[in-house]
Design a protein around this ligand. Structure first.
Ligand code: NAD
Length: 474
């Protein structure tokens, strides 16, 4: 079996302990992956510190060219990259290809944005006493970025850290999710081939808590960029002191379907939003609120769309839904489904676990405080509940600890504007599911969904400091 080392100072680095990584679907062993020790983490941080001058010395066009080259290299190895995602994350190949294509986009946007990082002039003479001075700001890299990523988009969410951080001239220690280290190491090698200075990217695989907490605590790490669960994000915030922290966390995203919506098209789109990659998407569609007039027709169409999804091996190009990341997670989801049914919800589809795969599940009339409604399901489960009015539907959507993205389907302009104003989320989608994302848009949440924004340009803002320069001409 292949052995996967750490990546420190621009090359593979041995460590003492290794662990077998297995595929979520079928359980086949994939690789022996390095378990970094605290001493390894120390070396990686020291390497990132040492590489700061080399990154600072690179002009914007050179940083841009490295990222552009990375995008080309990745595109050239699209099939290998998609297969790797499918294997280690259990992501159906169709979705894995889509993730590779989005990753290429994210690096291309990063290459473009590297050339557009600038400040502004400040009219100091607007204040009495400020006359005779020229003032401007410039954006400087924060320094060393600790990037901690989840399992569900192992390539593109790594790109959302590396692309902006390197575009801005930072150095990085990346700690990928323990379930999905292979894609991160694959990209590290491509970045070296693309000409990144040694030590500007270091990858630590192994125990999430040990390594994550080391990055959070170490004073040489200037900023933390985290994507993952609310539980871990909350701990990071509490332990990070005055470090800069970006947190991209979970949600139980919802959509409202108004009485005039095109039921067939909307149901089709909702099935994609709820069941893609087994619902293990931070903006997966988890709750649908429909008006009484269209409820039955909508549920029928949603069931039809769900029944057409092919269940099976992620490496089969026809597969739509495969195993969740671990048996523990699918059993947890099943437990939440059973709780809802026990409290009066109706099971309209799914609810079965076969060969480790949880079937796409549709629940009706779920109590709003059942876990499958009010917590993040992160599973192929969606609920459809009635709302008697748009106001009630908006209140239901907002009755959540989370606020990442929310959607509404309506043909009425006043209703669309009412929802855009009243829905409490980082993004509101009119006539689309909340699961829509392209990689340059500002993206992030309010409430427990996080702090700060990603989407390349916005992530660069998070990973740079504003420096003010004043020339006194008096
Ligand atoms: P997770 O929180 O379990 O793990 C995320 C990362 O944190 C992993 O790399 C893990 O090893 C690391 N980690 C674990 N303990 C740590 C600690 N004590 N200190 C520092 N780091 C630690 O999340 P997951 O199960 O991998 O991913 C699923 C979650 O991620 C979901 O909640 C999902 O909504 C969220 N997510 C959010 C977005 C977004 O952009 N908002 C995108 C994708 C996923």
């Amino acid at each position: 079996m292949q052995r996967k080392w750490l990546w420190i100072e621009g090359r593979k680095a041995e460590t003492e302990a290794y662990e077998t990584l297995s595929a979520p679907y079928g359980g086949a062993p994939l690789a022996e992956v390095a378990l970094a020790s605290e001493a390894d983490a120390d070396r990686a941080i020291a390497a990132a510190v040492a590489a700061k001058p080399a990154m600072r010395a690179l002009p914007a066009h050179a940083r841009s060219a490295i990222l552009e080259r990375l995008a080309e290299l990745l595109d050239g190895r699209r099939e290998e990259a998609a297969r790797l995602i499918a294997l280690e994350a259990g992501k159906p190949l169709k979705a894995a290809y889509a993730e590779v294509d989005r990753t290429v986009q994210t690096y291309k946007f990063s290459a473009e944005e590297a050339k557009r990082i600038h400040g502004e002039t400040i009219p100091l003479d607007a204040a009495p006493g400020g006359e005779g001075r020229l003032a401007f700001t410039q954006r400087e890299p924060v320094g060393v970025v600790g990037a901690i990523t989840p399992f569900n988009f192992p390539m593109n969410l790594v790109a959302h850290k590396l692309g902006p951080a390197l575009a801005a001239g930072n150095t990085v220690i990346l700690k990928p999710a323990p379930q999905t280290p292979l894609t991160a190491l694959f990209v590290a090698e491509l970045l070296a081939e693309a000409g990144l200075p040694d030590g500007a990217l270091n990858v630590l695989t192994g125990d999430g808590k040990l390594l994550g907490e080391k990055l959070v605590a170490d004073p040489r790490v200037d900023a933390l960029s985290f994507t993952g669960s609310v539980g871990v994000g909350t701990r990071i915030r509490a332990q990070a002191g005055l470090k800069r922290v970006t947190l991209e966390l979970g949600s139980n995203s919802a959509v409202i379907v108004d009485r005039d919506a095109n039921v067939d098209a909307v149901a089709e789109r909702c099935a994609a939003g709820a069941f893609s990659y087994q619902g293990q998407v931070c903006i997966s569609l988890q709750r649908i609120y429909v008006m009484p007039e269209i409820r039955d027709a909508f549920v029928e169409k949603l069931k039809e769309a769900a029944s057409r999804l092919r269940i099976g091996d992620p490496l089969d190009p026809e597969t739509d839904v495969s195993a969740m990341i671990s048996p523990r997670e699918s059993e947890r989801a099943l437990d939440w489904i059973e709780e809802a049914v026990g409290r009066g919800a109706k099971l309209a589809a799914g609810g079965t676990l076969t060969d480790g795969v949880l079937a796409p599940t549709i629940l009706l009339d779920v109590p709003h405080d059942a876990r499958i409604s009010c917590r993040e399901a992160f599973a192929p489960v969606v609920l459809v509940n009635l709302a008697e009015s748009i106001e009630e539907a908006i209140a239901r959507v907002n009755d959540s600890a989370y606020g990442l993205q929310a959607g509404i389907y309506t043909n009425r302009l006043d209703t669309a504007l009412q929802a855009a104003e009243a829905l409490r989320a980082g993004g509101v989608l009119i006539n689309d599911i909340p699961t829509f994302r392209v990689d340059h848009m500002p993206y992030g949440g309010i409430k427990e969904s996080g702090i700060g924004r990603e989407g390349v340009r916005y992530a660069i803002e998070e990973l740079t400091e504003t420096k003010l320069v004043i020339f006194n001409r008096n």
